[in-house]
Design a protein around this ligand. Structure first.
Ligand code: ZN
Length: 245
């Protein structure tokens, strides 16, 4: 099966290097799923003319650079005349946090009955696969800011497994997220700094033998990592890049 992975946003929370917030689009026949939809995702999604094709969004954790773009996409799709559901899945508090964001940003829009004009069902992701956007999706806890309920996401499309770190520092949990993946999309906010919330490129490479995954692509690149791009020995994302599996 041909699976296409498009990096709409490969930046960190501070948009270092002018990169958009986290947003990765997975597509295959019958599959259209976003991994995260950060605050600045909508311009990047629209640049790729993908806004009408997204069936679902899997959210890794409750930080704005990973889910803050959802209300904007919902409003855009409402006025574009969408008439099919946009399914959203992620941490346990996702529905409540989305309601809070909607009421802060556009209480006039989200306060009106019949808006949005399509269903936006929200489900909680956990260790067992759920059907989402045509794929089978699960989530495993990782180590990041605990209040954001951080998870890595695993997506099965046919016989192919795509794993995504979300935001995570090194722990055995991250190895579990990557286990058996054909593609592991991993954050690399830091280059060599020890950070209790984010993994560094150096640490990731030192743990490479513990990661049972075929291929790694780095994303969520911070300024420290961007300063060392030429030294990176695995693939890394840029906004607008795409690859096929
Ligand atoms: Zn985060």
């Amino acid at each position: 099966m041909n699976i296409r992975v498009r990096f709409f946003g490969s930046g960190n929370a501070f948009a270092d290097g002018g990169r958009s917030h986290a947003c990765i689009h997975l597509t295959a026949p019958g599959v259209s799923l976003l991994l995260d939809c950060g605050g600045s995702a909508l311009p990047a999604i629209r640049k790729a003319s993908a806004e009408d094709t997204i069936d679902a969004i899997a959210v890794s954790h409750l930080h704005g650079d990973h889910f803050g773009g959802i209300p904007y996409l919902v409003i855009q799709q409402h006025f574009a005349g969408r008439d099919r559901p946009l399914s959203i899945a992620g941490p346990r508090e996702l529905a409540a946090r989305l309601r809070g964001a909607e009421q802060s940003l556009y209480p006039d829009f989200f306060g009106k009955s019949g808006q949005p004009r399509f269903d936006v069902p929200v489900v909680t992701l956990g260790p067992n696969d759920v059907a989402l956007g045509g794929a089978q999706v699960s989530a495993l806890p990782v180590r990041h800011i605990a209040a954001s309920d951080p998870h890595g996401i695993r997506v099965r499309i046919g016989g192919t497994l795509i794993a995504y770190s979300g935001d995570a520092t090194w722990s055995e949990h991250l190895a579990r997220v990557a286990d058996g993946a054909d593609l592991f999309i991993c954050e690399a906010t830091q280059w060599d700094l020890e950070d209790p919330s984010h993994i560094s490129y150096r640490t990731l490479m030192s743990k490479r033998s513990e990661l049972r995954c075929k291929r790694i692509v780095l994303t969520h690149l911070g300024a420290n990592t961007l300063a060392h791009l030429r030294e990176i020995e695995v693939e890394y994302a840029v906004d607008g890049a795409e690859l096929e599996l």
